[in-house]
Design a protein. Structure first.
Length: 289
């Protein structure tokens, strides 16, 4: 696993719990030092809630290693990447991984919107490059998107599907296209919800309840945006605007909130005020953005 942020930690934790020996590399030394502790804390919370057996968490901890250098063991089947949504950063990383990894190792990106084909071009193994897009929170979200680039081989798709199944998730298969299936649909709904807040149509809580109660969505679009990260939503929207068209132009409210550091759950404030995993509606006399 390369990347120790929210998604990287979640994917690494899932892999270790599934029985796989899991190595994680995070470039930021401060984040790297606290990474395993954060994973173990998440397992401890799951044990306390009765969602995970203590023995399984203890066993998983022995399979999870945080490394101080970017390296790929000789018996590695998959390298999963979850670094920020920056194409040149990912291309540089995949070029390095291509040089380090055994020939048969699959290189997989967790990108939610960037071109798998463009990432694969930075390697000598485009047939073994694939998108394996998890969703936040990784532990509880059942969906994984398997994205095929222009040269992703059938064997690689099959191996990716096998990994997803092994991790207890359900896969959909999509071809390389801006935003794939989930980000394109999710961002379209999220951006319109943000415009409705911007225009004073309704409060974030009421907009979310409209989709949860009226359409059966598990979580409303604004709560989801907070959970994903408003900065991540903004980056995806900007990519889709360039690739698909003006209908994905980010609302001014979204840009302003990100500029002010209000990126959702990870900063404690977005369209909701967050206390741990719990979102609290912001009253009308407070700033909504």
């Amino acid at each position: 696993m390369v990347g120790g942020g929210t998604m990287g930690r979640g994917i690494a934790a899932l892999c270790a719990l599934s029985g796989r020996a899991t190595r994680v590399y995070e470039a930021n030394p401060e984040v790297r030092r606290g990474l395993k502790g954060l994973v173990e804390e998440s397992w401890a919370r799951a044990v306390a809630r009765g969602k995970l057996e203590a023995a399984l968490a203890e066993e998983a901890a022995t399979r999870l290693t945080v490394t101080e250098a970017l390296e790929v063991p000789g018996d590695c089947d998959f390298v999963l990447e979850a670094v920020p949504e920056d194409l040149e950063m990912k291309r540089g990383l995949f070029s390095s991984l291509d040089a380090l990894a055994p020939e048969d190792t699959v290189l997989a990106s967790n990108t939610s919107s960037l071109s798998i084909s463009a990432i694969a071009e930075s390697t000598r193994r485009p047939g073994r490059v694939v998108g394996i897009h998890f969703f936040n929170p990784v532990a509880s979200m059942p969906l994984v998107e398997i994205v095929s680039g222009a040269e992703t081989s059938a064997a690689t798709r099959t191996r990716a599907a096998g990994l997803v199944d092994e991790l207890g998730k359900q896969a959909i298969r999509v071809n390389d296209s801006p935003g794939f299936a989930t980000s394109r649909l999710g961002v379209a709904l999220g951006l319109e919800a943000i415009r409705m807040v911007e225009e004073g149509v309704a409060s974030p809580g009421d907009i979310d309840r409209a989709m949860e109660l009226g359409y059966g969505h598990r979580m409303g679009p604004l709560k989801t945006s907070d959970l994903v990260g408003l900065d991540v939503r903004l980056a995806i929207a900007e990519t889709l605007t360039r690739e698909v068209g003006a209908r994905f132009t980010p609302p001014a409210l979204l840009r302003r909130m990100v500029a002010e550091g209000k990126s959702g759950k990870k900063t404690g404030l977005g369209f909701y005020r967050w206390s741990g995993d719990t979102p609290q509606e912001i009253s009308t006399d407070e700033e909504s953005g």
